[in-house]
Write a protein that binds this ligand. Structure first.
Ligand code: C2E
Ligand code: CA
Ligand code: CA
Length: 231
């Protein structure tokens, strides 16, 4: 799914969102299978596949000189529990040839809040590789300010539940404004998920939000359709 720079309206980056074309059940969306993949442990090979495919695709776009600034990949807490995430990302970057700065890893607050040594260590390793970090669904978990400081994150993604409600609810609007201001004052880029209409977009622009992602621009699409934005 493309992510747009709100000020210029230009697509600057993409998020990799998995789909499963199942022979028995048809096209499946992540909400139907990610939690099962997490409880069965299958999320480990699935997550590795997603990382590899996303990096390979982004490298191909880089070689085609398509100006896609970065590709974001969602990570599950289970991938951290394995203890070799830093090595895995390093290996995939090497194999695909993608520049580390073009990879953004999206972490949820629940991954960060436990402050477990293994997670801390993995994040330090990822930072050392030069990949960028983003906090996903910001505001729906524990919204701890400590990890914003501790991990020097690059992006905050404002959860779509707030963004989708902001034109109708003053509370949601205040929450979005507050996260945009917090990000700006910490020098972190803000990205609003779930921008579905023009009114939401103009509110985000007025608030100074950096990027937006949502059905107003595009639903998640196959890679070939992303290329059309740049031709
Ligand atoms: P997420 O990371 O918060 O991703 C954003 C979700 O919001 C996506 O749902 C996207 O299709 C949807 N979305 C984007 N714009 C709009 C909009 O304007 N309106 C509405 N109603 N929805 C919008 P999707 O693709 O179904 O993914 C759901 C969740 O599954 C993701 O939420 C993420 O947590 C997880 N996920 C997706 N791909 C992966 C993956 O490769 N690995 C892992 N671990 N999780 C993944
Ligand atoms: Ca995400
Ligand atoms: Ca979300």
């Amino acid at each position: 799914q493309p992510q747009i720079d709100i000020e210029t309206g230009v697509v600057t980056s993409v998020e990799a969102l998995i789909r499963w074309q199942s022979a028995s059940y048809g096209l499946q969306y992540p909400d139907t299978f990610i939690s099962v993949a997490e409880s069965s442990g299958l999320i480990v090979p699935i997550g590795e596949w997603v990382l590899y495919e996303a990096c390979k695709q982004a490298r191909q776009w880089e070689l085609q000189a398509l100006p896609i600034g970065s590709v974001s990949v969602n990570l599950s807490s289970i991938q951290f529990a394995r203890g070799n995430l830093g090595q895995l990302v390093a290996k995939i970057l090497k194999e695909t040839g993608l520049s580390p700065k073009m990879l953004v890893l999206e972490l949820t607050e629940s991954i960060l809040m436990h402050e477990e040594d293994m997670v801390m260590h993995a994040i330090d390793e990822l930072r050392a590789l030069g990949v960028r970090l983003s906090i996903d669904d910001f505001g729906t978990g524990y919204a701890s300010m400590t990890y914003l400081k501790r991990f020097e994150v690059d992006h905050l993604k404002i959860d779509k539940s707030f963004v989708m409600a902001m034109t109708k609810s003053e509370e949601d609007q205040s929450i979005v404004r507050c996260v945009v201001d917090l990000a700006a004052s910490l020098n972190i880029a803000s990205i609003a998920e779930g921008a579905e209409d023009e009114e939401t977009l103009s509110m985000l622009m007025e608030m100074g939000c950096d990027q937006a992602q949502g059905y107003f621009f595009s639903k998640p699409v196959p890679p070939s359709e992303i290329e059309a934005y740049f031709i």
